[in-house]
Write a protein that binds this ligand. Sequence first.
Ligand SMILES: NS(=O)(=O)c1ccc(C(=O)O)c(S(=O)(=O)NCCc2ccccc2)c1
Ligand SMILES: [Zn+2]
Length: 260
Amino acid sequence: LILRLLPSDGVHPLWQSPLTIPGGTRQSPINIQWRDSVYDPVLKPLKISYDPATCLHIWNNGYSFLVEFDDSADRSIIVGGPLENQYRLKQFHFHWGAINEWGSEHTVDSKFYPAELHLVHWNAVVYPTFEEAVMEGDGLAVIGVFLKLGAHHEGLQTLVDALPAIKHKDTVIEFDVFDPSCLLPPCPDYWTYAGSLTTPPLTESVTWIIKKQPIEVDENQLEAFRMLLFTSDGEEEKRMVDNFRPLQPLMNRTVRSSFQ
Ligand SMILES: NS(=O)(=O)c1ccc(C(=O)O)c(S(=O)(=O)NCCc2ccccc2)c1
Ligand SMILES: [Zn+2]
Protein backbone atom coordinates (compact mmCIF):
# COMPACT_ATOMS: atom_id res chain seq x y z
CA LEU A 1 0.00 0.00 0.00
CA ILE A 2 1.77 3.17 -1.17
CA LEU A 3 0.44 6.17 0.71
CA ARG A 4 1.15 9.23 -1.44
CA LEU A 5 0.53 12.13 0.93
CA LEU A 6 0.63 15.46 -0.84
CA PRO A 7 2.16 18.27 1.21
CA SER A 8 -0.62 20.65 2.18
CA ASP A 9 -0.94 23.33 4.80
CA GLY A 10 -3.41 23.01 7.61
CA VAL A 11 -5.02 19.75 6.66
CA HIS A 12 -4.31 16.89 9.03
CA PRO A 13 -1.86 14.50 7.29
CA LEU A 14 -4.26 11.59 7.61
CA TRP A 15 -6.88 13.38 5.52
CA GLN A 16 -4.73 13.95 2.46
CA SER A 17 -5.73 10.37 1.76
CA PRO A 18 -3.89 8.82 -1.15
CA LEU A 19 -5.51 9.95 -4.37
CA THR A 20 -5.76 6.35 -5.50
CA ILE A 21 -5.08 2.99 -3.89
CA PRO A 22 -3.12 0.91 -6.40
CA GLY A 23 -5.39 -1.99 -7.35
CA GLY A 24 -8.28 -0.54 -5.31
CA THR A 25 -11.63 -1.50 -6.87
CA ARG A 26 -14.02 -0.93 -3.92
CA GLN A 27 -12.89 2.20 -2.09
CA SER A 28 -15.04 4.41 0.17
CA PRO A 29 -16.66 6.91 0.50
CA ILE A 30 -18.75 7.27 -2.67
CA ASN A 31 -21.54 9.46 -4.00
CA ILE A 32 -24.87 7.57 -3.84
CA GLN A 33 -26.83 8.51 -6.98
CA TRP A 34 -30.37 7.76 -5.78
CA ARG A 35 -31.77 7.00 -9.27
CA ASP A 36 -28.91 4.58 -10.04
CA SER A 37 -29.45 2.53 -6.87
CA VAL A 38 -31.22 -0.78 -7.45
CA TYR A 39 -34.05 -1.97 -5.17
CA ASP A 40 -33.27 -5.52 -4.00
CA PRO A 41 -36.36 -7.30 -2.61
CA VAL A 42 -34.09 -10.03 -1.20
CA LEU A 43 -32.54 -7.55 1.29
CA LYS A 44 -33.81 -8.23 4.81
CA PRO A 45 -34.56 -5.64 7.48
CA LEU A 46 -31.47 -4.84 9.52
CA LYS A 47 -31.81 -6.13 13.10
CA ILE A 48 -29.92 -4.08 15.69
CA SER A 49 -29.59 -5.08 19.34
CA TYR A 50 -27.14 -3.10 21.44
CA ASP A 51 -26.52 -3.61 25.17
CA PRO A 52 -25.88 -0.12 26.64
CA ALA A 53 -23.74 -1.68 29.39
CA THR A 54 -21.11 -2.75 26.80
CA CYS A 55 -20.05 0.88 26.49
CA LEU A 56 -16.47 1.39 27.73
CA HIS A 57 -15.06 4.88 27.11
CA ILE A 58 -15.06 7.88 24.79
CA TRP A 59 -11.75 9.19 23.45
CA ASN A 60 -10.07 11.56 21.01
CA ASN A 61 -7.75 9.53 18.77
CA GLY A 62 -6.38 12.51 16.86
CA TYR A 63 -8.74 12.41 13.87
CA SER A 64 -12.20 11.82 15.36
CA PHE A 65 -13.78 11.09 18.71
CA LEU A 66 -14.95 7.58 19.24
CA VAL A 67 -17.00 5.57 21.74
CA GLU A 68 -15.65 2.05 22.19
CA PHE A 69 -17.55 -1.04 23.27
CA ASP A 70 -16.71 -4.35 24.89
CA ASP A 71 -16.72 -6.69 21.88
CA SER A 72 -15.48 -9.80 23.75
CA ALA A 73 -18.92 -11.42 23.41
CA ASP A 74 -22.06 -11.19 21.25
CA ARG A 75 -23.77 -8.57 23.42
CA SER A 76 -24.11 -5.65 20.98
CA ILE A 77 -24.74 -7.01 17.51
CA ILE A 78 -26.38 -6.41 14.14
CA VAL A 79 -27.75 -9.14 11.86
CA GLY A 80 -29.88 -9.36 8.70
CA GLY A 81 -29.89 -6.64 6.07
CA PRO A 82 -27.25 -7.58 3.46
CA LEU A 83 -25.25 -9.51 6.05
CA GLU A 84 -24.76 -13.30 6.04
CA ASN A 85 -23.46 -13.40 9.61
CA GLN A 86 -24.04 -11.35 12.74
CA TYR A 87 -21.47 -8.62 13.43
CA ARG A 88 -20.29 -7.23 16.78
CA LEU A 89 -20.22 -3.51 17.58
CA LYS A 90 -16.66 -2.32 18.23
CA GLN A 91 -16.92 1.49 18.16
CA PHE A 92 -18.73 4.44 16.69
CA HIS A 93 -17.28 7.78 15.58
CA PHE A 94 -18.16 10.79 13.45
CA HIS A 95 -16.84 12.83 10.49
CA TRP A 96 -17.71 16.52 10.17
CA GLY A 97 -16.84 19.79 8.44
CA ALA A 98 -15.62 23.24 9.47
CA ILE A 99 -18.98 24.64 8.28
CA ASN A 100 -22.43 23.15 7.74
CA GLU A 101 -22.02 23.00 3.94
CA TRP A 102 -19.93 19.81 4.11
CA GLY A 103 -18.59 17.22 6.54
CA SER A 104 -20.11 13.85 5.63
CA GLU A 105 -18.02 11.19 3.87
CA HIS A 106 -20.78 9.80 1.65
CA THR A 107 -22.95 12.11 -0.43
CA VAL A 108 -26.47 11.56 -1.80
CA ASP A 109 -26.99 12.94 -5.30
CA SER A 110 -23.76 14.91 -4.69
CA LYS A 111 -25.20 16.56 -1.58
CA PHE A 112 -22.98 16.71 1.51
CA TYR A 113 -24.43 16.59 5.03
CA PRO A 114 -22.71 18.52 7.83
CA ALA A 115 -21.67 15.28 9.54
CA GLU A 116 -21.86 11.48 9.36
CA LEU A 117 -21.96 8.83 12.11
CA HIS A 118 -20.23 5.47 11.58
CA LEU A 119 -21.01 2.43 13.73
CA VAL A 120 -18.22 -0.11 13.13
CA HIS A 121 -19.00 -3.82 13.51
CA TRP A 122 -16.88 -6.93 12.79
CA ASN A 123 -17.61 -10.52 11.79
CA ALA A 124 -16.72 -12.46 14.94
CA VAL A 125 -18.56 -15.54 13.62
CA VAL A 126 -15.90 -16.12 10.96
CA TYR A 127 -12.80 -14.23 12.24
CA PRO A 128 -11.09 -14.65 15.65
CA THR A 129 -10.05 -11.01 16.04
CA PHE A 130 -11.05 -7.56 14.76
CA GLU A 131 -7.54 -7.12 13.33
CA GLU A 132 -8.01 -10.17 11.12
CA ALA A 133 -11.56 -9.16 10.12
CA VAL A 134 -10.21 -5.78 8.94
CA MET A 135 -8.24 -7.63 6.25
CA GLU A 136 -11.17 -9.68 4.85
CA GLY A 137 -13.81 -8.79 2.25
CA ASP A 138 -16.68 -9.72 4.60
CA GLY A 139 -14.88 -8.72 7.78
CA LEU A 140 -16.60 -5.44 8.68
CA ALA A 141 -20.05 -3.86 8.51
CA VAL A 142 -20.37 -0.12 9.06
CA ILE A 143 -23.72 1.63 9.50
CA GLY A 144 -23.61 5.21 8.25
CA VAL A 145 -26.09 7.79 9.52
CA PHE A 146 -26.20 11.34 8.12
CA LEU A 147 -26.55 14.26 10.52
CA LYS A 148 -28.51 17.32 9.31
CA LEU A 149 -28.97 20.71 10.94
CA GLY A 150 -32.30 20.89 12.75
CA ALA A 151 -33.77 20.10 16.13
CA HIS A 152 -31.72 19.47 19.26
CA HIS A 153 -30.84 15.77 19.62
CA GLU A 154 -31.30 14.59 23.21
CA GLY A 155 -29.29 11.36 22.87
CA LEU A 156 -26.37 13.10 21.17
CA GLN A 157 -26.23 15.70 23.96
CA THR A 158 -24.91 13.05 26.35
CA LEU A 159 -21.89 12.69 24.03
CA VAL A 160 -21.57 16.45 23.47
CA ASP A 161 -21.42 17.04 27.25
CA ALA A 162 -18.36 14.73 27.42
CA LEU A 163 -16.38 16.43 24.61
CA PRO A 164 -14.69 19.20 26.64
CA ALA A 165 -13.01 16.46 28.69
CA ILE A 166 -11.45 14.93 25.54
CA LYS A 167 -10.51 18.16 23.74
CA HIS A 168 -6.94 17.03 23.04
CA LYS A 169 -5.60 14.05 21.10
CA ASP A 170 -5.17 10.87 23.21
CA THR A 171 -7.48 12.01 26.02
CA VAL A 172 -10.12 9.53 27.23
CA ILE A 173 -12.90 9.41 29.80
CA GLU A 174 -14.97 6.57 31.17
CA PHE A 175 -18.39 6.21 29.58
CA ASP A 176 -20.32 3.57 31.42
CA VAL A 177 -23.76 3.38 29.83
CA PHE A 178 -24.78 4.59 26.41
CA ASP A 179 -27.22 3.06 23.93
CA PRO A 180 -26.15 3.96 20.37
CA SER A 181 -29.64 2.95 19.16
CA CYS A 182 -30.74 6.45 20.21
CA LEU A 183 -28.59 7.81 17.35
CA LEU A 184 -30.41 5.77 14.67
CA PRO A 185 -33.29 7.27 12.63
CA PRO A 186 -36.70 5.54 12.96
CA CYS A 187 -36.96 4.80 9.21
CA PRO A 188 -35.60 1.31 8.34
CA ASP A 189 -34.65 2.22 4.75
CA TYR A 190 -30.96 1.93 3.74
CA TRP A 191 -28.57 1.72 0.81
CA THR A 192 -25.81 -0.91 0.84
CA TYR A 193 -22.62 -1.43 -1.19
CA ALA A 194 -19.22 -3.14 -0.96
CA GLY A 195 -16.55 -0.67 0.14
CA SER A 196 -13.55 0.03 2.33
CA LEU A 197 -12.33 1.71 5.47
CA THR A 198 -12.03 5.45 4.87
CA THR A 199 -8.94 5.65 7.08
CA PRO A 200 -5.69 3.70 6.81
CA PRO A 201 -5.25 0.85 6.15
CA LEU A 202 -8.17 1.61 3.72
CA THR A 203 -8.74 -2.15 3.41
CA GLU A 204 -11.64 -3.31 1.20
CA SER A 205 -13.38 -5.12 4.03
CA VAL A 206 -16.53 -3.08 4.68
CA THR A 207 -20.15 -3.84 3.83
CA TRP A 208 -21.55 -0.31 4.05
CA ILE A 209 -25.15 0.15 5.23
CA ILE A 210 -26.11 3.81 4.76
CA LYS A 211 -29.43 4.90 6.35
CA LYS A 212 -31.62 6.90 3.99
CA GLN A 213 -33.09 9.14 6.72
CA PRO A 214 -30.73 11.56 8.50
CA ILE A 215 -30.97 12.41 12.20
CA GLU A 216 -31.38 16.06 13.22
CA VAL A 217 -28.88 17.85 15.48
CA ASP A 218 -28.70 21.56 16.33
CA GLU A 219 -25.98 24.14 15.58
CA ASN A 220 -24.58 24.09 19.14
CA GLN A 221 -24.10 20.33 18.92
CA LEU A 222 -22.23 20.58 15.61
CA GLU A 223 -20.12 23.45 17.03
CA ALA A 224 -19.20 21.22 19.97
CA PHE A 225 -17.63 18.72 17.52
CA ARG A 226 -15.61 21.58 16.02
CA MET A 227 -14.09 22.59 19.35
CA LEU A 228 -12.19 19.31 19.52
CA LEU A 229 -8.50 19.38 18.52
CA PHE A 230 -6.39 17.18 16.26
CA THR A 231 -3.45 18.15 18.48
CA SER A 232 -2.19 17.06 21.87
CA ASP A 233 -2.09 19.30 24.94
CA GLY A 234 0.89 21.67 24.62
CA GLU A 235 1.07 21.53 20.81
CA GLU A 236 -0.04 24.41 18.60
CA GLU A 237 -3.83 23.99 18.46
CA LYS A 238 -5.39 22.63 15.24
CA ARG A 239 -9.20 22.42 15.33
CA MET A 240 -10.58 18.97 14.52
CA VAL A 241 -12.67 19.72 11.41
CA ASP A 242 -12.93 18.37 7.85
CA ASN A 243 -11.92 14.87 8.97
CA PHE A 244 -13.54 13.16 5.97
CA ARG A 245 -11.94 11.33 3.06
CA PRO A 246 -12.51 12.57 -0.52
CA LEU A 247 -15.07 10.73 -2.67
CA GLN A 248 -13.75 7.62 -4.44
CA PRO A 249 -14.68 6.23 -7.89
CA LEU A 250 -17.68 3.86 -7.98
CA MET A 251 -15.93 1.65 -10.56
CA ASN A 252 -17.77 -1.64 -11.20
CA ARG A 253 -20.20 -1.41 -8.25
CA THR A 254 -23.97 -1.19 -7.82
CA VAL A 255 -25.56 0.45 -4.80
CA ARG A 256 -28.59 -1.55 -3.68
CA SER A 257 -31.57 -0.11 -1.78
CA SER A 258 -33.81 -1.84 0.74
CA PHE A 259 -36.70 0.36 -0.40
CA GLN A 260 -38.52 1.18 -3.65
N1 LIG B 1 -14.52 5.67 8.64
S1 LIG B 1 -14.30 4.13 8.99
O1 LIG B 1 -15.54 3.54 9.47
O2 LIG B 1 -13.70 3.45 7.86
C1 LIG B 1 -13.18 4.02 10.35
C2 LIG B 1 -12.61 5.17 10.83
C3 LIG B 1 -11.74 5.08 11.93
C4 LIG B 1 -11.45 3.83 12.51
C5 LIG B 1 -10.52 3.79 13.68
O3 LIG B 1 -9.47 3.08 13.62
O4 LIG B 1 -10.84 4.45 14.69
C6 LIG B 1 -12.05 2.68 12.00
S2 LIG B 1 -11.74 1.11 12.68
O5 LIG B 1 -12.14 1.15 14.06
O6 LIG B 1 -12.40 0.15 11.82
N2 LIG B 1 -10.15 0.83 12.64
C7 LIG B 1 -9.54 0.65 11.35
C8 LIG B 1 -8.01 0.72 11.49
C9 LIG B 1 -7.51 -0.38 12.36
C10 LIG B 1 -7.18 -1.60 11.79
C11 LIG B 1 -6.69 -2.62 12.59
C12 LIG B 1 -6.53 -2.42 13.96
C13 LIG B 1 -6.89 -1.18 14.54
C14 LIG B 1 -7.37 -0.15 13.73
C15 LIG B 1 -12.91 2.78 10.92
ZN1 LIG C 1 -15.82 6.72 9.68
